[in-house]
Design a protein. Structure first.
Length: 250
């Protein structure tokens, strides 16, 4: 999460004071992002309303203008707010309110970025998995899907099996860099999975069934050795997971 990211970046940049300040500003921007999200979710800044002036937000959030602008940039990128020339920024969407109940404090922005990373990495892994899979690989994926079916039937969270499915796809690609890249962000990924599956458990049972249908679409494409379809199905699945949290999508 933000704290882990900060520690890793400090190792990378060394002891430079200026570099360390950049890392800390990034963490502050993530927290400002989350606090503004909370204001939107609580209705303090309703959808359709104009955002308060920057100087007012800086004072309320106790952050500098550069930190605030980074947070606002993230909100625009996530299509929560939009800038209208000569008029200011307006709220156009609010995420799933329960997200803040399940996500660790300060982690929402990190989770958002993690979904973007996963869509890119896992989409390509699925593409190669479809070209290189064996019958044993298919049996492995089918077994994991059956365990996820059981989790849905028993109303269990299923994070372990969900993670196992996605890691299996990376391993089936036979390119160790996919698994290495994914393992490097394991904590972030698991936090995101916990969040999305917890949110799904608060919805009608059809929500988890829909998520499982997406897993089966990935499996079908890999089974058929349709690399393009596997990539598309994986990217759509990860993007839909992001939307279920940040856009209140299905």
């Amino acid at each position: 999460m933000a704290t882990n990211t900060q520690s890793v970046e400090r190792i990378m940049v060394g002891s430079s004071n200026s570099a360390e300040r950049i890392v800390q500003d990034g963490t502050l921007a993530d927290r400002a992002y989350e606090r503004i999200l909370t204001m939107i979710l609580d209705g303090d800044i309703p959808v359709g309303e104009k955002m308060p002036p920057e100087n007012q937000l800086c004072k309320e959030l106790d952050v500098s203008r550069p930190v605030l602008r980074q947070a606002l940039k993230q909100l625009r990128s996530d299509e929560v707010i939009v800038s209208r020339q000569g008029s200011g920024s307006y709220v156009i969407r609010k995420p799933e309110k329960a997200a803040l109940d399940f996500a660790p404090v300060g982690s929402i922005a990190d989770i958002q970025r993690t979904f973007e990373f996963r869509a890119a990495i896992e989409g390509e892994a699925a593409y190669l998995a479809a070209l290189r899979r064996t019958d044993a690989d298919l049996a492995r994926l089918k077994s994991i899907l059956q365990e996820l079916d059981r989790c849905i039937e028993q109303a269990e969270l299923g994070v372990v099996a969900d993670e196992e499915f996605h890691m299996a796809v990376c391993e089936i690609s036979t390119n160790p860099y996919f698994t290495a890249a994914r393992s490097s962000m394991e904590n972030n990924i698991l936090t995101g999975m916990n969040l999305t599956r917890n949110l799904s458990l608060t919805k009608p049972r059809e929500r988890l069934a829909l998520v499982q249908d997406e897993h089966y679409a990935i499996f079908k494409a890999i089974k058929n050795k349709d690399a393009a379809a596997a990539r598309t199905a994986m990217r759509a699945h990860v993007e839909n997971a992001r939307k279920r949290v940040f856009e209140g999508g299905v």
